[in-house]
Design a protein around this ligand. Sequence first.
Ligand code: N01
Length: 546
Amino acid sequence: VNGHSTPDNESYADNLETDVLIVGAGFGGIYLMHKLRQLGFNCKIFEAGKELGGVWHWNCYPGARVDTQVPIYEYSLPEVWKDWIWSERYPGFAELRKYFEHVEKKLDIKKDVAFDTRVTGAHFDKPSSRWIIETEDGRTAKAQYLLLATGFAAKRHFPDWVGIEKFKGVIHHSSFWPDEGVDVKGKRIAIIGTGSTGVQIAQETAKTAGSVTVFQRTPNLALPMQQQPITREEQQTRKPKYPEIYKYRMTTFAGFQYDYIERNTFDDTPEEREAFYQKLFDNGGFEFWLANYKDLLFDKKANREAYNFWAKRVRARITDPEKRDILAPLDPPHAFGTKRPSLEQDYYEMLDKPENEVVDIKKTPIVEVTETGIKTEDGKHREFDIIALATGFDSVTGGMKNMGLVDVDGVSLSEKWKMGTWSYLGMTCNGFPNMFFLYGAQGPTAFSNGPSCVECQGDWIVDAMKKLKDEDIKYCDATKEAEEAWRRKVTELSDKTLFPGTSSWYMGANIPGKPREQLNWAGGIPAYSKECREALDNGFQGFVTA
Ligand code: N01
């Protein structure tokens, strides 16, 4: 299994001292750097990869593209969007990488980034009020503030199948896909996993591969993407509305250009409901998920109604009855929308082709990877040239637990979070003074559009740091009580929804042994923002300051 990064960076001195050390140069890290520079903070970013872009630096697997429509999945910064033009409604990874080149031209970030630099340890030295940060290549840095922008997918998940190291063909995890690509033409490809990644890989490789075999544990309740090219003229005409669009996205549950409607499912007649579902489904994107009736994620009966519509539409596209029942069963595998639906273009048609196969590994689990292929419990051995592992991530908490972070009493974050996750506001942790994180645990993270979440939390972090500076406060540290109360709030919000009933990475349930708990704020961005603002406006409520 390949890796991109080799720690050979010479671009920063050992014993670096800076006001702010940011970890990660994706959407979050770049935003923080840009905003903090404007306030006169001296900032540096440590980034394990070789380029800006975070997940878009790592993700170049076949078919990788964003599932949020232009212009929602981008910064609201006018200096960035004003002269940036996309080519499609849902841009692919190559275009997203170009977007980050454009961001660099506008914001001049890279001069303060040390690439190929992986953080492996950090602790807070109370006497000097400084974080001491260690990197994999043995250097250290000191900073007054430590900001973690490591994303929700910083730690890959590799299942421990017997023999996985023996496979003699090509095998890659989706986020370690080689930059130069893999020639799939005419090859026999296995794809393990049917999350957003697996669906994209299967749909794309099936266009040229000899055969595609998808190993599915849980069907993805995928929605039509309705991809379309978009012209420069269309975008130029719409740009005067962008400020309004970006303002609106922060008022919606998930930071999108649409929101749940004010009606419940059974407020409408069956005919009205059918017409409404039809419209959402055909508009494409996440509308069927995020612009649906407001009880979709709360009421089992309402949810089942939406599922039935989804299954009817998808089943009609699959001619093979066996594949139809595996990909879109009549009975829901879980409540619709409690696992992230992928956006597909011709996933079902591609898998329906006779040369392609869908293996239901809930019925016949994988028992072994051999030199030439994959063996399942029913004794079948299938041979492959390429295996794509689309098995996901130790999502949300895995990255932060893996960085050697230690609290003021010498307890590691991985120890602190062993039995569950505790944070305050989904941005700070007790015992980790002046450490802030975004797009991570107990924030709107997985239930929101990435750039919206990053800007909401980034603005709060920047305001908190400005306040600390203006009021001459050396550090702030969340209290244990505030953490307990936040955890309770996160759990209570989630318990009102259908999310806890589904084994998903949202609930930590995709990683063997990981505590099952809601890892995300399920109350929407506006309510989240309000809570966070109040804590600041009330003079660092929930923190001790010194
Ligand atoms: O990962 P996943 P992902 N044996 O965890 C299966 C974002 N994203 O990389 O569902 C067999 O969702 C697992 O099965 P199950 C997006 O937020 C966005 O696809 O646990 N199978 C599942 O099918 C997304 O949600 C885009 O039963 C095993 C799959 O592997 C997040 O990233 C594109 C297994 C993992 O799916 C993660 O997506 C891609 C095992 N031992 C990703 N272990 C955009 O479009 C796991 N699986 C922007």
